[in-house]
Design a protein around this ligand. Structure first.
Ligand code: FMN
Length: 174
């Protein structure tokens, strides 16, 4: 890495931790994502950045829809590992969680405070990743609680970020 870039400076950015899911032709899959943010309020749009090689990325490009489950702070590391350290090409993640399906789109409800459903309105290549902008079509609160932040995941839960996460660099500064 360029010596003028101190990764600790990037570690000061704030994020949440979410499960992004999709469904295509009766195949459901999802992945952990921290690179998610709200862009606009009327209409409400969110942006999600995902690695090109992820199975979820491939399926969202086909389905044109995705859902977000906002994870609560109490979520066990093992559950995050299910969606963040396994690839759905050779592992059935939805056989190991509770979820709801709305017109073919699954949304994970375990350890989730809110469920948001979106339709993709644009896709932008960003080197190794693809940035999906989605317009929110539905959003509902599942329960009250404290959302998991990326800082809590690293500093308190002592979690790691795999290579495909945009922020995997953080593993090197801890
Ligand atoms: C805490 C955490 C944050 C992550 N953030 C992202 C992210 O923002 N974008 C991304 O593409 N992958 C991210 N990942 C990695 C994916 O969840 C991981 O590569 C997953 O296994 C992909 O699954 P799939 O191939 O079934 O889609 C993250 C993983 C963890 C544990």
């Amino acid at each position: 890495m360029d010596s003028s870039i101190d990764p600790r400076a990037l570690f000061t950015l704030s994020y949440g931790v979410y499960i992004l899911s999709t469904g295509y032709e009766n195949t459901y899959n999802g992945q952990i994502i921290n690179a998610l943010m709200q862009l606009t309020s009327d209409p409400i749009c969110l942006a999600a950045c995902r690695h090109k090689e992820n199975y979820t990325t491939e399926l969202v490009e086909k389905s044109g829809r995705f859902s977000i489950s906002v994870l609560e702070e109490a979520v066990p590391l093992k559950f995050i590992g299910l969606f963040g350290f396994h690839c759905g090409r050779d592992f059935d993640k939805f056989g190991k969680c509770t979820y709801e399906v709305d017109e073919g789109l699954p949304v994970v409800t375990d350890y989730s405070l809110a469920a948001i459903e979106l339709r993709v309105i644009s896709v932008q290549e960003v080197f190794t990743h693809k940035l999906f902008v989605g317009e929110v079509e539905e959003a509902r609160l599942l329960k009250e609680g404290t959302p998991l932040t990326y800082a809590h995941y690293h500093q308190v839960k002592k979690g790691k970020s795999p290579e495909n996460a945009p922020s995997s660099i953080f593993n090197k500064v801890k």
